[in-house]
Structures are given as structure tokens and as C-alpha cells.
Write a protein that binds this ligand. Structure first.
Ligand code: ZN
Ligand code: ZN
Length: 328
């Protein structure tokens, strides 16, 4: 790995089940921080200490590049000196700025999804609170991007790195690809030990996202790049990307078929399928479970395994297609 001397991986603690998160110091034409960790005192202290060990301090950072908007990758933006330029996908901005209008809109759009999933009025507020808690507690506030990055751009002051859009895990997910070295920063697009969760994140620009379908398209797209190594947002760097992607695509298909099996006969709401498939989890982590189950259902529908209708209240109803019900 000829880039070793230029990339420093710093692992920071998070309170999330995924475990520690990585930020990277990239020594390019400017000292560049890839991602901005977690807004906890503990993570910040580990960050400062790691920089010190490498002979840097926070004020040496000349720019920040964000892989996506999630709080474990943007959290301590508001603790960095405010004159450091910050770049990312334009969809990152509302999540790190979080004005009242955005929070309100996101809440309304999420409420809409929960209604469509079959969550009843009497428990709606509680579910909505659970589903949006992590963003409100850990995301930075009042932060703006200095510039937007999109497909085909190169990183400012690090022109060896091309920007690749890889929506799915999040709509703002980017990869940064060094074609010469065959190395990429992948954010959470591909993680070492577990599949990336394509999160349901409705916004006014994308009120009806289908994250799993986006994610699968982005995985296919990634196969077009010759990548020897990915610096992932969590865990050790990854090699042998192509076989890992093929494996993840196959596993996802199998996983979807298990959801199909759990559905049984008849029309089911997303909530009912979630309860059948994740009986112990669905009430504890509804954002995670709904993202997962809704994702799999949209996949099953696209592939013709499931038929989708709506009842008169607007609740989505999923039913295993008859042809397949006979086959199984
Ligand atoms: Zn993420
Ligand atoms: Zn992450």
C-alpha cells in the first residue's frame, strides 16, 4: 500500500451498536480530514490525542471532506475551528444545519411513512420520537458546507481523488477514488463485517426514497471500478472488494427471501412484517428495522415476489405473489 504514509486512520468511540468510527487524516496539498467523528467528549478527546501522537493539532487541519451526513461522521464539525472549509454532497447540508423547518419536514415525512407502515395514531408520537432520536441528539447543528461535491469532481487540494456518488446507505453517500493507487475512501458504503444498512431518510428533496434499491444499484456501480483497497467508515480497510460485493448482493437476496417466508399468506402491513421478522427488535429500534424491512419489501416487489396495494387509509399492504406462494 503505497498510500500508507499519506493516510492516517483514527478510530473513535461511538455509543452506536456499530462500534467505533474511523476518521482519516489525508496528507494531500492540504491537510485534509475525511469525516468528522462523533459529538461526544470521549470521541473528541481520543481524536485530539491521536492527532498529537501523529504530530498534529486540530488547528493544523486545513479542510474537512464528508463521506455522508450520519452523526458518527459529522458529529464534531461544530467543535472544529469555524474557518476550516467543509465539503460534502449537497444533501448533507440540511442534516448538519438542522433548522427548525428541516426538522419539522423530516418529522412530517417520517410520520407519513409510519402511517403507511401501519403504525396507529395512539402510538405514533412515541414511534416517531424513537425513529428520529439519534439525529436530534448526535447530529451537529448550524453547520454549512463551503462547497458541494458531486459525481466526477475531484477533491479540492487533493486532485488525485475522484468523487463517486454511491447513494443507498444514505442518499448523500460519496466515495473518493484514487485511480492511480486503486484505493478509495468508502464511508459506510461497504463495511467489513456487516452489510451497510440502507437508511430510510425522507427529505423534501426525496420524500419517497427507496434506499435498498439505490444501495444495490450503487454496489453494482462500484463493480465498475478497479479498487484494491477501501478505507471504510468502520473497522479495518477492506481488500478484495469485488468478491465482497458479489457476496453481499447474494446474501441480500437470500435475506429478502427470508422476509418473504416470514410474511406468510395474506396481505400484511410493513409493521406486521417487521413484527414477524424481528419480534424482539422492532419496537426497540424502529428506524433500523423499518429501513430494513421496507427495503426488503420494495426489493421483493421490484423482483415480482410481492404485490403491493394500499387500503383506503393509505396503509401499504404487501402480499406474496400467488405464483410464488404456490411454488414454495
Ligand atoms: Zn452511516
Ligand atoms: Zn457510520
Amino acid at each position: 500500500m503505497s498510500l500508507d504514509h499519506k493516510v492516517i486512520r483514527i478510530e473513535l468511540p461511538t455509543p452506536f451498536p456499530i462500534g467505533p468510527v474511523n476518521v482519516f487524516l489525508l496528507k494531500a496539498d492540504k491537510v485534509t480530514l475525511i469525516d468528522a467523528g462523533m459529538k461526544t467528549k470521549e470521541a473528541w478527546n481520543v481524536f485530539e490525542e491521536a492527532l498529537r501522537k501523529e504530530g498534529y493539532k486540530v488547528t493544523d487541519i486545513e479542510q474537512v471532506i464528508l463521506t455522508h451526513q450520519h452523526p458518527d461522521h459529522t458529529g464534531f464539525l461544530e467543535w472544529l475551528p469555524s474557518d476550516i472549509p467543509v465539503y460534502g454532497h449537497k444533501l448533507v447540508e440540511p442534516w448538519i444545519y438542522q433548522d427548525e423547518e428541516f426538522v419539522q419536514q423530516h418529522s412530517e415525512l417520517y410520520r407519513n411513512f409510519l402511517m403507511e407502515f401501519g403504525v396507529s395514531d395512539d402510538v405514533m408520537e412515541e414511534w416517531l420520537r424513537k425513529a428520529t432520536a439519534a439525529i436530534q441528539v448526535y447530529s451537529p447543528k448550524g453547520q454549512k458546507l463551503t462547497g458541494y461535491l458531486k459525481e466526477g469532481d475531484t477533491l479540492p487540494y487533493a486532485s488525485d481523488w475522484e468523487v463517486i456518488e454511491a447513494p443507498g446507505h444514505s442518499l448523500s453517500q460519496l466515495m473518493f477514488y484514487n485511480r492511480k493507487e486503486k484505493v478509495a475512501f468508502g464511508g459506510d458504503h461497504i463495511l467489513p463485517k456487516v452489510p451497510s444498512n440502507p437508511y430510510l431518510e425522507p427529505t423534501i428533496q426525496n420524500p419517497k426514497p427507496t434506499p435498498l434499491l439505490d444501495y444495490l444499484a450503487s454496489l453494482e456501480k462500484t463493480l465498475n471500478y478497479d479498487i484494491d483497497l477501501i478505507y471504510s467508515g468502520h473497522g479495518e480497510p477492506l481488500s478484495d472488494i469485488h468478491s465482497l460485493i458479489m457476496e453481499r448482493i447474494q446474501k441480500q437476496h437470500k435475506w429478502a427471501l427470508r422476509v418473504l417466508q416470514a410474511m406468510g399468506q395474506g396481505k400484511k402491513t410493513t409493521l406486521e412484517v417487521s413484527a414477524a421478522f424481528f419480534p424482539d427488535m422492532y419496537q426497540k429500534a424502529p428506524d433500523f428495522i423499518f429501513s430494513e424491512v421496507y427495503g426488503q419489501l420494495t426489493y421483493l416487489e421490484k423482483e415480482g415476489y410481492v404485490e403491493l396495494t394500499k387500503n383506503e387509509e393509505g396503509v401499504l399492504l404487501w402480499e406474496a405473489a400467488r405464483v410464488l406462494a404456490h411454488q414454495s
